[in-house]
Write a protein that binds this ligand. Sequence first.
Ligand SMILES: Cc1cc2nc3c(=O)[nH]c(=O)nc-3n(C[C@H](O)[C@H](O)[C@H](O)COP(=O)(O)OP(=O)(O)OC[C@H]3O[C@@H](n4cnc5c(N)ncnc54)[C@H](O)[C@@H]3O)c2cc1C
Length: 660
Amino acid sequence: MTINTVAPAPPAPVRTPSQPAPSIVLDAKIPDGPIEQKWEKHKFDMQLVNPANKRRYTIIVVGTGLAGGGAAAALGELGYNVKSFCYQDSPRRAHSIAAQGGINASKNYRNDGDSTYRLFYDTVKGGDFRAREGNVYRLAEISGNIIDQCVALGVPFAREYGGLLDTRSFGGALVSRTFYARGQTGQQLLLGAYSALERQVALGKVSMYTRHEMLEVIVVDNRAVGIVTRDMVTGEIEVHLGDAVVMATGGYGNVFYLSTMAKGCNTSAIWRAHRKGAAFANPCYTQIHPTCIPVAGDYQSKLTLMSESLRNDGRVWVPKKAGDTRSPDTIPEGERDYYLERKYPSYGNLAPRDIASRAAKQVCDEGLGVGPGGLGVYLDFSEATNRLGVNTIRERYGNLFDMYNRITGEDPYKVPMRIYPAVHYTMGGLWVDYNLQSTIPGLFVGGEANFSDHGANRLGASALMQGLADGYFILPMTVGDYLAKNRQSRVTMDHPAVSEALNEVKARTQRFLSINGSRTVDSFHRELGKIMWEHCGMGRTDASLRKALELIPALREQFWQDVRVPGDNNELNQELEKAGRVADFLELGELICIDALHRTESCGGHFREESQTEDGEALRDDENFSYVAAWMSTGDNSKPMLVKEPLAFENIHLAQRSYK
Ligand SMILES: Cc1cc2nc3c(=O)[nH]c(=O)nc-3n(C[C@H](O)[C@H](O)[C@H](O)COP(=O)(O)OP(=O)(O)OC[C@H]3O[C@@H](n4cnc5c(N)ncnc54)[C@H](O)[C@@H]3O)c2cc1C
C-alpha cells in the first residue's frame, strides 16, 4: 500500500503518546543445562517450520549490514519470503563496510591456548561482568562457524605464506584470534553477505527496498506485524506487513554528534520501537575508542578511527614533562612515558578500549597531551619499523597509514600518529532475550542495535563476530521457532493499527516541515553532542548528569519550536531525514543520562567518577548493580520505567577486572 503524505500540518504533540507501560518481568529465556550444551539443546527444542510452509511467511528485515544482510540472506536461503530495507542506495553501503581491524574466532590456529571457553571468559571479563553468560558462550561457540561461512562465501581473509588463515591480536586478549582482511575486514565481510543476499534477490526470495527509511513499527495485539517506511527519493509513505520483523539497524553513537560512525547512523528504528513498547537496555554503555584522529576544529562533522590492530605494533606514549613541545623524534627514550606498558605490564598497548581511553584522558588532563589543545597522545611505529622493516609495516597497515596521511597531512612512517579517544560503538540497544526477541513479540533485534553480548565494554573485533552470529546463525533459527509457535491470522491493511501508525508518521513529517524556525537541524545536533560529550562522556558525575538532564529537555523544546526544515516531503530531502533522526536523538540522549545517573557504580565504558579504585580504575558495585537496566517508555514527558534483569554468574566468578 502506498499513500502520499498530504495531511495538513497537525497540532500534533511533540512526542506522540505511547501506550501505558505494562508491568513486565524480563524473562531472558536462557535454556537450562550446562553452559556448553545450552545452544545445542535449545536448537533441538525449537519448533521447525515445514519447508513447504516457509514460502507462506513474509519476514521484514530492516538493515543490510552484517547482521541484517546476513539474516535476510539466511532466511531467504531457508525458503522464507523476505523484505529487506536500508536507507542507503545499496545494501553494501551499510556502515559495517567501515570496519577495519578484524573479527574474532576461537579457532586456535596459532596453538596459543585459545578455546571457546577462553573467548567466552575474555568477553565476559572484557565487558566488566555486565553481560549474560549464556549469550556470550553461544557467541564464542559459533565464532568458528562464522569464519568457515565467510570463507565459503569467498571472503579474502589474510593468509600466511603457507596458505593458512592469518590472525593478529586485539585488546583484552592474550591470544591471537583476530581474522582480518588488511584494514578492510568489514568491507570484505559485507561483500560476502551482500553476494549471499543478492543471490536470494535474484532467486526472488528477497525483495530489496533501498533508500527506504523505516519510521514506525506496527504493533497489533502486542505483536509486531509490520513497518511504515518513507521512500527517501519520492517521499511516499508506505506500509509493509509481515509475519515477523527483524531490526538490525546498527548503533546510535551519533547521539554524540562526533563519532567514528557513518554520518547516517541513527537511533530512529529502535527508538520508534521503544516508543511502541520495546524495552531499551543499558543505554548509557557507550564505547569510547582510544585510537582515533583528534578533533581538528569546531565545524568538523565526523571523526576517524585508527584501527585497534595498530596497537599490535604501535607503542602509545606521551612526554614525561608537561608542556613539552619538542618534535617527538627529538624526545629521548628516557623522557617518554609509555604509560600503557607502565600501568598494565601484561597487556601493555593491548589493554581494552575503556581502560586505554581513560588512561589517555588521564595523561591529557595532567597536561601531558600532545598536539593542538593538548588533546592527543602518540602512537609510535618507529621501534616496530626498525625491528620488522618498513615493508612489513606497510603490508600490515598500509591503507590505515595512507588514510591517516590524507586526513592529517602527516606521514606516520616518519612521525608518530597523534590519537585521542572518540565515541565508536554503543553496547546498549533494544533488550532481547536469548532468542534475540524484544519485549514486543515478533520483533527481533540483531547486531549493534540490540543491547548485545558485550556488557559494559566491547572487546575489539567482537562486533563483527556478534553481528554475523546473530544474522547467519541465530535469527534464522529463532525467527522460525516464533513462526512455528505463533500461527495467528494475518493483519490486513484495513486494520486500525495500520492507519494509526501511518497517520503518526504523516503527522510527524508534516510537523517538521511546518515549524519553519530559524535554526538548522545540524546546529541542534551539534549542541546535543556537546552536552553529551561534556556531561556524559568518558567521565560522568552525579552533578554533570543532572546538568545534562536540565539541558537536554530544554534543547528539545527549542528544537520543536525553532528548527528549520526547508523543502518538501515529496522529494529527496536530507534535512527532513536528519530532523527525524535528531528528534529521536534528543529523546534518547535524555534516557542515556537517566540510565547513567541511576547506575552509581563504574563499569566498563560507564565511568562514574565517584566510583573508582585508589589507582583510578572503574569500581563496580556488584551487590547493587549486577543487572541489565531495561527501560520502558511510559509516554510523553513522563519518566521511563526501569525493569531489571538480574545477571547470574555461574561459570565465571565475579572479580575486579585487572590487566596488570
Ligand atoms: C570505523 C569503525 C571501524 C570498526 N571496526 C571494527 C572491527 O574491525 N571489528 C569489529 O568487530 N567491529 C568493528 N566496528 C564495529 C562494527 O563495524 C559495527 O558494530 C557493525 O558493523 C554493525 O553492524 P550492524 O549490521 O549491526 O549495523 P550496520 O552495519 O550499521 O547496518 C545498519 C543497517 O540498518 C539500516 N538502517 C538503519 N536505520 C534504518 C531505518 N530507520 N530504516 C531503514 N534502514 C535502516 C542501514 O541502512 C544499514 O543497512 C567498527 C566500527 C567503526 C565505526
